[in-house]
Design a protein around this ligand. Structure first.
Ligand code: SF4
Length: 347
């Protein structure tokens, strides 16, 4: 069995520079994890910011948090192992309350989701009683439960335009709020949340790379500052970037986001070139094959995601509202399942 597993790993990881020897060393561990997942009836989800050995070694599906959660819901799996950060596990639990959701690294947080609590949203509601409250999917279940509707980076504008109110409190990413304000006539009230990865990108670096590679396409995550987003050929979420690379005739791309996505796309599109800068998310990189194995073998109580039913019900309502609004706006906003790529409209 080790031979075919090594070959499978070589097929995925050699475009990233992994040697056959490295794949041989990895094979016993990935084989053990995949066998254990089958035994436990578990589906393993790998966010696009995971390391290549997680994404290609053990994940059944690669993609973004909401799309992966939707895919997991549509499987027969009893257990969902979410290789990602805490809010992602909560989203999976909200969408699939009857499944056991496990986080290999439950201490993995997120600067964005931790920037705001349910109490903060309740306070803001007192200050803006007429406004619609839209929250980005990168929030805790508690925050989603306090909001009217959830959105992803791909559908944020459709959601803001789709709510009836003219005033929208957009939580918690300050840059996404500013980027949205540039696109809508509605009044968008932002918050102070920030992603420690995307806030670091600098327009001068992009300009420098663009000058040296004029045919290169620049794909920027909308969690980035507005002066960076303005330089983009595509501004969106990671799912948008995957589709852009897949569908584009261009050969050179710069991905202004976390490094895991560039690794993923190098492996999936070995004929294309990915240049320039990226930044590692220390939270995402807490997940590794050792803790994936451990969580499957014997999960600790803190690795089992629990969301109180009352919170989950209200959070689910805010997510369902997003699908209602985006379905009204466009028929491409619905989730789909059954492939290695997550929903076309999910962060
Ligand atoms: S990349 Fe940013 S938004 Fe994503 S988990 Fe890390 S800190 Fe949070």
């Amino acid at each position: 069995m080790l031979g075919p597993e090594t070959e499978r790993l070589v097929g995925h990881l050699s475009p990233l520079g992994w040697s056959r020897r490295e794949c041989e060393r990895l094979a016993p561990l990935t084989l053990r994890i995949r066998a254990l997942a089958r035994e436990r009836q578990a589906v393993i989800l790998g966010h696009s910011y995971m390391t290549p050995e997680v994404q290609f070694g053990v994940a059944d599906h690669r993609g973004d948090s909401l799309g992966l959660s939707t895919i997991a819901r549509d499987t027969d799996a009893r257990v969902i192992v979410f290789c990602g950060v805490r809010f992602m596990g909560e989203t999976a639990k909200v969408i699939s309350p009857d499944r056991t959701v496990l986080l290999p690294a439950p201490e993995a947080g997120c600067s964005l989701s931790e920037s705001i609590t349910g109490d903060d949203v309740r306070r803001l509601r007192e200050q803006h009683p007429q406004a619609a409250f839209v929250c980005y999917v990168n929030t805790s279940a508690e925050v989603k439960a306090e909001c009217d509707v959830v959105c992803t980076s791909a559908n944020a504008l459709a959601v803001v335009e789709g709510v009836p109110q003219e005033e929208v409190v957009f939580l918690p990413d300050r840059f996404m709020a500013r980027n949205l304000q540039a696109l809508t006539r509605k009044r968008v009230i932002g918050y102070s949340g920030r992603c420690i990865v995307h806030e670091t990108f600098d327009p001068r670096t992009l300009l420098d790379w663009k000058a040296r590679h004029p045919s290169m396409k620049v794909l920027v995550h909308t969690e980035s500052p507005e002066e960076v987003v303005r330089l983009a050929d595509l501004a969106g979420g990671t799912g948008d970037m995957v589709r852009y690379v897949r569908d584009s005739d261009a050969q050179e791309f710069m991905l202004v986001t976390e490094c895991g996505l560039a690794d993923r796309l190098r492996a999936e599109f070995p004929g294309k070139r990915f240049l320039g800068t990226c930044v590692l998310c220390p939270h995402m990189k807490r997940v590794n094959l050792r803790n994936v194995l451990q969580v499957l073998e014997s999960p600790r109580p803190d690795q089992v995601v629990e969301v109180p039913e009352e919170v989950a019900t209200r959070a689910r309502r805010a997510i369902d509202r997003m699908f209602e609004i985006t379905a009204r706006k466009t028929d491409v906003a619905r989730p789909h399942s059954g492939s290695g790529e997550a929903s076309p409209r999910c962060e």
